[in-house]
Design a protein around this ligand. Structure first.
Ligand SMILES: [Zn+2]
Length: 434
């Protein structure tokens, strides 16, 4: 039941981006191919049924809770004792466990279970310690596969909406996102789900990416500084700091933990060229898995060396080993790590794997460069694009450099842990929902 509720809430959220976005500010003008973000949709209300009865299943060493709606949940004794919420076992001010594992009997029995008047589950343990659990707290932590899946989706929002060149890019107003919690929540939800959100109306001064990162928490310092200026620079220490074309890439795979989120603010655009391009890397990886499973297998298992040396915030000599397609234990794509400029000439693979690696990479790049997969846009001064650097590959067309009016973008990085933290807090503030 929980998973059905979660699925409905999710489908509703997707529809806002795809079909029925509405203007959240009178100043916003919808443009073809863009979709203004509506306020975040209300999550479906989850009924929180009370407890009908609780029963000790000694032979399984589990507590069975039967809910008012007739469904049942099972909780192992060891887990219940470990998560006792009393002031002795939990430091209330930090909501953190103070019970030590050395003091936990993982083979504990259970002496007694009772229901209090307000439906709390009250347990007495063999050492006379007492624990009380709120029904809602227990229900959220039910161990059924459906409930676990719903809880994980709620916490991590890992369901993504794939797109191609037909993307209706979610849009929002920069100042509104800064000052309105609902707008900020809608922004971050779309950033997670779609991977890119376009903000309009930022002022034409440096410092706007830093201001936006403070809305979340803090930005990610790298060797390129707290924020960085994308401009045509003499003796550039990065290919981005030229006027040349940048092929589709993710930023900073030379780090073992590349930045999760990227902000780019356009202060000045070139008169000719400099258009931006993005592709949905997770979508491309799934296409590759379907069309060329062998290539997918190689790119998701082979560790590739990346390197970055130079001097900026300070001097640096960075080396990493990353898989171009990162997958988790269940084979789900979790991150794309690909930047042809910083892919090292050192290739730490056996000789007979070199050619298959090149063929696989070439196939992947061919898939991502298909016109039907690439979404192109042109940033104008005051535009600020925010995107998932673990998922999207981005590039830009070459441009004609003009010293009179120098193309200038300011960028900053953040990490997903901080972004998701703000998203959860906003969701709680806006919907009282945790
Ligand atoms: Zn306790």
């Amino acid at each position: 039941m929980l998973s059905a509720v979660a699925r409905r809430a999710l489908t509703g959220a997707i529809q806002v981006v795809r079909g029925c976005g509405f203007l959240s500010s009178p100043a916003m003008v919808p443009r073809s191919g863009h979709q203004t973000l509506a306020a975040a949709p209300l999550p479906a209300v989850q009924g929180s049924p009370g407890v009908r009865q609780a029963q000790v299943l000694d032979h399984k060493r589990m507590l069975q809770v039967e809910w008012d709606d007739g469904s049942c949940s099972l909780y192992p004794f060891a887990w219940l004792r470990d998560n006792c919420q009393c002031p002795l076992c939990t430091l209330q001010s930090a909501q953190a466990r103070s019970l030590l594992l050395t003091d936990l009997d993982v083979h504990t029995g259970m002496d007694q279970v009772q229901l209090s008047d307000n439906s709390k589950v009250c347990i007495t343990w063999p050492d006379h310690h007492r624990s009380e659990f709120e029904p809602e707290w227990l229900r959220k932590r039910c161990f059924s596969p459906e409930a676990r899946q719903a809880r994980q989706e709620k916490l991590f929002l890992n369901e993504r909406e794939f797109w191609d060149s037909g993307l209706q890019i979610p849009m929002a107003d920069y100042e509104e996102v800064l000052h309105d919690d609902k707008a900020a929540l809608a922004w971050l939800m779309a950033l997670r789900r779609v991977g890119i959100v376009y903000l309009k109306g930022a002022s034409l001064e440096q410092g706007q990416v830093a201001r936006l990162s403070q809305r979340i928490g803090f930005l990610r310092l790298t060797f390129y500084g707290h924020t960085w200026q994308v401009q045509d620079k003499p003796s550039a220490n990065n290919v981005a700091y030229t006027s040349g074309r940048l092929s589709l890439h993710t930023d900073y795979p030379a780090l073992h933990h590349p930045p999760g989120v990227q902000f780019l603010h356009c202060l000045q655009q070139s008169q000719q060229g400099g258009e931006s391009e993005v592709v949905d890397g997770f979508h491309m990886a799934e296409l590759l898995r379907r069309e060329a499973p062998e290539a997918f297998g190689i790119l998701s298992s082979l560790w590739v060396d990346f390197t970055d040396t130079g001097s900026d915030y300070c001097d640096f000599f960075v080396q990493s080993k990353n898989r171009i397609i990162d997958v988790d234990g269940e084979g789900r794509v979790t991150r794309i790590n690909y930047n042809n400029a910083t892919r090292d000439s050192t290739l730490d693979v056996p000789l007979d794997q070199v050619q298959p690696f090149y063929s696989s990479l070439k196939t992947f790049v061919e898939v991502m460069n298909r016109p039907e997969n690439v979404f192109a846009y042109r940033m104008e001064p005051g535009d600020l694009v925010t995107f998932d650097n673990w998922r999207l590959l981005h590039g830009r067309k070459s441009y004609v450099s003009n010293s009179e009016c120098l193309r200038h973008l300011e960028g900053a990085y953040l990490d997903w842990d901080e972004v998701m933290s703000r998203l959860r807090i906003l969701r709680k503030q806006v919907y009282g929902d945790s």
